[in-house]
Design a protein around this ligand. Structure first.
Ligand code: ATP
Length: 345
């Protein structure tokens, strides 16, 4: 289903939880709503679902305004973080629930549930009760139940939040494949950037009620429009005083108040003499070193400016207090309103 949202607003009393949000979603796309807690992600989802009415603005499904359509007539399936499965029912009955509501025949229901049980890898579990399932299995039942009535839009609110880390990673891949196979337009809410990057075709970054940026994970990583957005996709440090960075002096002079945003991967570090472009290097001290499983995360101090970077496990281990040279290959520059100015490299 093609979705369009125009100037959507939601106020609770005098608090504006959602402010002038507009976007379009192509049919079959999987969209991640990413942002901090309280930003308004769930409110947007609830308005799409019809569980909350907008204070102003329009919601269009297939070009038709649905603001006044009740939830059950919007053709939407839901998956929530806490499963919301019916505990006194079996897997079969949970999946069949929406079909019974639609008064489908026993045979139709049996066929559709069988299809979904196969699609979601739950064959053999049909007669188990919810408490006899693992968290991951429960979430797959929730997914099958949401898909059973053949909705045209699937809304997932933090679908993996209650599941432990290892299973969560498996479920993400599973969900992406499943949604591609079914070809259903889907929107999921998350505050986990890895989840959004891994699963979504496109990400919408939501902060303080506003849509800050929409794009593929790669577009957002490459071109963050604000430091806030950059902090949600990839890692970065913001340097307020450009005068400490060699190579950025002219940008600092041209745009007073400029901040630089530097990602760990834009920084090269080495022992004195190790970096070829020695004239452009900065002197730094290692503040701290953290083992990250596949690499070291190194915290650096250039004067009193803190930067972070990674270091390969194959290289000599650095220790707090070590003196190093640092070369900043690239930075994104923002003015004092946090608006994008340029990329300096
Ligand atoms: P989380 O990740 O914590 O779920 P969120 O981005 O989904 O956050 P929302 O749940 O949409 O955020 O909430 C946005 C803001 O609106 C929050 O500050 C919240 O307290 C407020 N809010 C949400 N629902 C109501 C309500 N019914 N009455 C008053 N305020 C509300």
């Amino acid at each position: 289903m093609h979705i369009e949202v125009r100037n959507l607003n939601k106020s609770f009393g005098d608090f504006n939880a959602v402010q002038n949000v507009s976007f379009e979603i192509e049919k079959g796309h999987l969209i991640g709503l990413l942002g901090p807690s309280g930003g308004g992600k769930t409110s947007i989802l609830r308005m799409l679902a019809g569980l909350e009415s907008p204070t102003s603005g329009d919601i269009l499904f297939h070009g038709k305004r649905v603001n006044d359509l009740p939830p059950q007539e919007r053709g939407i399936g839901f998956v929530f973080q806490n499963y919301a499965l019916f505990k006194h029912m079996t897997v079969f009955d949970n999946i069949a629930f929406g079909l019974k509501v639609k008064k489908q025949s026993k045979e139709q229901i049996r066929q559709r549930v069988t299809e979904l049980v196969e699609l979601t890898g739950l064959k053999g579990f049909e007669h188990r009760y919810v408490h006899q399932l693992s968290g991951g299995q429960r979430q797959r039942v929730a997914f099958a139940r949401a898909l059973a009535p053949e909705p045209q839009l699937l809304l997932l609110d933090e679908p993996f939040a209650a599941i432990d880390a290892k299973i969560r990673t498996e479920l993400r891949t599973w969900l992406k494949e499943m949604i591609e196979r079914v070809g259903i337009t889907s929107i999921f809410v998350t505050h986990d950037q890895d989840e959004a990057i891994e699963v979504a075709d496109e990400i919408m970054i939501i902060g303080k009620g506003k849509l800050e940026q929409k794009g593929t994970p790669w577009e957002i990583y490459k071109n963050p429009q604000t430091p806030f957005v950059a902090s949600f996709i990839g890692e970065s440090t913001v340097v307020e005083d450009l005068s400490v960075l060699k190579g950025f002096e002219s940008a600092a002079a041209d745009h007073p108040g400029t901040k630089a945003l530097i990602r760990p991967e834009y920084i090269e570090i080495g022992r004195p003499g190790e970096i070829k472009l020695a004239s452009a290097t900065l002197d730094a001290n290692v503040k701290d070193v953290h083992f990250r499983g596949s690499e070291w995360l190194v915290e650096l101090l250039v004067g009193n400016v803190k930067l972070i970077t990674y270091r390969s496990l194959e290289k000599e281990v650095l220790r707090p207090g070590d003196f190093v040279n640092v070369l900043v290959h690239r930075a994104y520059l923002f003015n004092d309103n946090d608006s994008w100015i340029a990329e300096n490299s």
